[in-house]
Design a protein around this ligand. Structure first.
Ligand code: MRU
Length: 370
């Protein structure tokens, strides 16, 4: 099956460098409005990342890569160009802690800044930074396509697939991770329906997955997160497919909160639970799930939604943005390198080889564990 072209793009660089800017499709406005934001500074970009204007681990990686270009452009007139680029990179990496791809994208481009700063003028360095960011983005698009091809082969024909959060074009530099599998399988005639968890509290499933699949003409229905276990037990789902924000060395998977209960329910019902993620999301420097930093977000996100606050005044909320699914609940990890059944420490190390994955890149800089 031919890999479909991504129907929408979460981000792009406009112009050259220096003088260009990062353009983000504002995901906080979807599905009501398609609004692009043009960002010129690291401070604007950090705020946009925190607000989830752009989100999803691989898309954050590409965003971080372009963010270093913004830092380089802003420092053109400074004597301490490299020091300022490093400061910008540190601020970007701290914007969200769980998705390891953010740190990786930043590290890739920062490594070029460090290499070139002694040899070239800042203006020429900015051109090199942009070339590195574009290469990282193109690489991510290719990883998505390969994940789609490998994963589509796992699904039965006319499959009903249940997914969580948003793992598509809006979450990556290309077609997606779990949704790349769905796009590719659909192109081969293999999808009956996608059941999309609404994904409380910020409704990435109800707003974003439903929007992008409908736009692509793929049958999709939204369900309350709490409905998934019953549907799985009732035999209504052929496979669960989710993405990942970070995969630890032992196969534990951090992903959007609500993924772990889905994995438990899938196991209890005997339904395969697949995690689709590029090897850039695997962090061998993180020994297990307990070492993955889990972002805690504003309680207000839980206390109300859609402009209405339904919780009595004085009641607080607990709002972890991610949870960790133990590796033993994962039927297979679908990466660009193929399908790894029952991922664990030994099989993941073999998949990545020495120095592979997000945590083991040669271009080391800021810690990848937040
Ligand atoms: O908080 P978000 O929307 O950034 O969370 C995104 C997810 O949890 C995705 O499932 C994950 O990043 C994989 S995306 C291809």
């Amino acid at each position: 099956v031919k890999t479909p072209v991504p129907p929408v793009r979460a981000l792009r660089w406009e112009g050259e460098a220096p003088g260009g800017r990062l353009v983000l499709l504002d995901q906080t406005r979807l599905p009501e409005a398609e609004v692009e934001l043009r960002l010129d500074t690291v401070a604007e970009l950090v705020a946009a990342i925190r607000r989830l204007v752009v989100r999803g681990a691989p898309a954050l990686g590409c965003t971080g890569a372009y963010g270093v270009v913004l830092a380089g452009q802003a420092a053109l007139a400074a004597d301490d160009w490299l020091a300022r680029v490093e400061t910008g990179a540190t601020a970007l990496a701290a914007a969200r802690p769980t998705a390891v791809n953010l740190a990786l994208g930043i590290r890739r481009v920062l490594a070029v800044a460090r290499r070139q700063a002694a040899a070239a003028e800042p203006e020429a360095c900015c051109r090199d930074l942009l070339a590195a960011a574009r290469a990282f983005h193109a690489e991510d698009e290719a990883l998505c396509a390969a994940i789609g091809r490998h994963g589509a082969a796992l699904l039965p024909r006319q499959a009903t697939v249940l997914t969580h959060c948003n793992t598509g074009c809006l979450a990556t530099g290309g077609l997606g991770t779990a949704l790349a599998v769905i796009y590719t399988a659909h192109a081969g005639g293999g999808i009956r329906e996608v059941l999309a968890d609404e994904t409380r509290p910020l409704l990435q499933g109800a707003r974003l997955t439903a929007w992008e699949l409908r736009r692509a003409g793929i049958p999709v229905r939204v369900l309350c997160d709490g409905a998934a276990a019953g549907l799985l037990r009732g035999g209504r789902v052929d496979a669960v497919l989710v993405g990942a924000d970070r995969v630890a060395a032992n196969g534990d998977v951090a992903n959007k909160v609500g993924t772990y209960p889905l994995a438990l329910a899938a196991r209890a019902a005997g339904v395969p639970f697949y995690v689709a993620a590029p090897t850039t999301t695997v962090d061998l420097a993180c020994p297990d799930g307990a070492a993955i930093p889990i972002e805690e977000r504003d309680p207000e996100e839980v206390l109300g939604a859609l402009g209405r606050r339904w919780t009595p005044a004085g009641v607080g909320a607990c709002n972890p943005a991610f949870d960790v699914t133990p590796g033993e609940l994962v039927s297979a990890l679908v990466s660009e390198r193929g399908v790894l059944e029952h991922p664990d420490r030994a099989t993941l190390a073999a998949l990545l080889g020495a120095g592979g994955g997000a945590g083991g890149q040669a271009d080391t800089a800021a810690s990848s564990s937040g």
